[in-house]
Design a protein around this ligand. Structure first.
Ligand code: SF4
Length: 269
């Protein structure tokens, strides 16, 4: 039976969410509440009334969505028709479609149908996930996904709980299982100054990843304050406060920490 899902944004010609030119689909709803979230409008699972700023952006982007609400309900057919429009770019660049959010696995049935339809249409798929979902739901999508962009934020569980609202136990356990089950994985590390970019956390991540021989690629996501303004518009306190973005030297130093352990590192995706 066809299902519908709540999507709060579509990013066309994305070049940082997997290889080639891609369309990124932003699923509404996330079980985490990261202090630094870049897309706080995607955290709440329910559709919300759009403010003027969101409507203006949606208009500028010509989103094929109802721009009066954040996260309108969209049918798989409608979304597929939009995604297929750029098939030629995906094919020529080795790109495809990336499911992101929010947390795409929160809308599991919709995600499965959408991935299934992409695969049937010859469109390459990637899923950007926090890893915080029942293993059975993650396992079900493995045959439908070429690349997982898997976020690792903090290894210390107390800090993870403090800054994201949930324990990292399920996330780390799911990564173990995903590595054993196949599928290509890029680990993404958001670099939040003084929170996730500390030497102690980065060394913990390197140590944690050591047994996973199949993981070769790390994507470092430098801090930017894009979310700050959005939090303000949504009337939510931006808890990180004012923090300074890493400069080029610092990013190179952090990349070097991973490179010296044999990883290919990209900055920005
Ligand atoms: S996991 Fe991603 S989408 Fe969810 S709250 Fe954290 S940063 Fe935002």
């Amino acid at each position: 039976m066809p299902v519908t899902g709540n999507i709060f944004d579509l990013k066309k010609f994305a070049i940082h969410d997997g290889p080639g030119i891609r369309t990124t689909v932003f699923f509404k709803g996330c079980p985490l509440e990261c202090w630094w979230c870049h897309n706080p409008e995607g955290m709440n699972a329910e559709a919300e009334c759009a403010d003027a700023e969101y409507r203006r952006k949606a208009y500028d982007l010509s989103l094929p969505l109802d721009t009066n609400v954040i996260g309108p309900n969209v049918a798989v057919d409608t979304l597929m028709a939009e995604l297929r429009k750029d098939s030629v770019f995906y094919m020529e660049s080795g790109g495809g479609v990336t499911m992101s959010g929010g947390e795409p696995l929160m809308q599991h049935d919709f995600l499965v149908q959408l991935l299934d339809r992409c695969v049937a249409s010859g469109i390459d798929t990637a899923v950007d996930t926090s890893g915080y979902a029942p293993w059975e739901e993650l396992e079900e999508i493995i045959p439908l996904v070429t690349l997982f962009l898997y976020d690792i934020k903090l290894i210390d569980d107390e800090l993870h709980t403090q800054y994201t609202g949930v324990s990292n136990g399920l996330i780390l356990e799911n990564l173990h299982r995903l590595c054993g089950a196949g599928g290509e994985i890029t680990i993404r590390v958001p670099l939040i100054p003084g929170i996730t970019d500390t030497d102690s956390n980065l060394h913990d991540i390197v140590r944690f990843l050591e047994p996973f021989e199949r993981i070769e690629h790390i994507g470092l996501l430098p801090y930017n304050r894009i979310g700050e303004d959005k939090f303000e518009r949504l009337g939510i306190t931006y808890k990180p406060g004012r923090r300074t973005t890493q400069d080029g030297n610092e990013l190179e130093r952090i990349a070097g920490l991973f490179e010296q352990h044999g990883y290919q590192v990209s900055i920005g995706g």
